[in-house]
Structure formats: structure tokens, C-alpha cells
Design a protein around this ligand. Sequence first.
Ligand SMILES: [Zn+2]
Length: 179
Amino acid sequence: MRVDVNTGLLAGVKQVLSPYFDARPAGVTPDLVVLHGISLPPGEFGGPWIARLFTGNLPAGAHPEFAERAGLRVSAHVLVRRDGELVQFVSFGERAWHAGKSVWQGREACNDYSIGIECEGTDEIPYEPAQYAALNELLGLLLGAYPAITRERIVGHSDVAPGRKTDPGPSFDWSRLRA
Ligand SMILES: [Zn+2]
């Protein structure tokens, strides 16, 4: 696995193109990583639904929880599945739509300047060792490819949208991210 900074793509990783992205503001390169947690239906793992959500193909009638989510236009750069598999939806050079209304150290609109990584999980259920392993490998590559991202600039959605978002949640063990 490696990051191609020209294309913003992860070589050696499954790519599923999301329509939910646009250009970063001119001259902006990523200098923040926002980690998220997601599961669909909530609390269930392994289905196709997260990818379906990020590609605009979530069927509203397939589950009671889907109706309110089916029209959302959301994405992330990368999803880390429970078994550690990575799926890339948006080039790191483009702006994925993951953080929503957000602010970090006084700077608003974190989507403009961040890379969004979704971990399949919930606020309560511990994330898997395979997910930390995959995350650490990915973060190592991202820190190398985008030097403005430092260890201190890897944060949770709950850090940039406090009071509105809780993910990746207390179940995420930050001490397992490599220094
Ligand atoms: Zn989130």
C-alpha cells in the first residue's frame, strides 16, 4: 500500500468512487485527519450499507433506520472495515463530505483541509485490533505524504463538532494509535 500524492489515491486499496466530493479551496492541502465511527444499520457490521450510503445507493426501504439517511450526501476518504480492509471513496486531493459544521483550533469547515477516515464501529463496542493495525499503517503513509499532518493533528469527529457528534466514541482507544 502506498499514497500517490499526484492522484491522491491509495495504491493497493479497493477504490469505490463516491459522487459526494468537490474541490478543496485553492492552494489547500490536507493538514488534519478526522476519525469517525459509523455502522449501518446502527450496531451491525459487515453489510454493504456504508458503501451504499457513500455512493448514493442506500435503499430507504431496506431497514427502518435507512429512511432518514437515504437522502444524505455524505462521504469519507477511506473506510476501515472491522477486519481491517480499507476502501477508498474520495481522492485525498479532493474534499470529502464527512465533518459537516465543524471547527478545529478556531478554523471552521474542517472538510476543506482534512482527510476523513471512517472506522466501522459504534461508540460502545470496542474497535478491532485489525482496525488499529490498518489505521496505523494508513496514518503512517498519510503523515509521510502530507507533512502538515502531525500526530497532534489526528482528531475525532467529536473534537471538531462537540455537542453535535460523539464518534468515534469512548470505545475508540486513542492510545493504540502509534506515536
Ligand atoms: Zn463522524
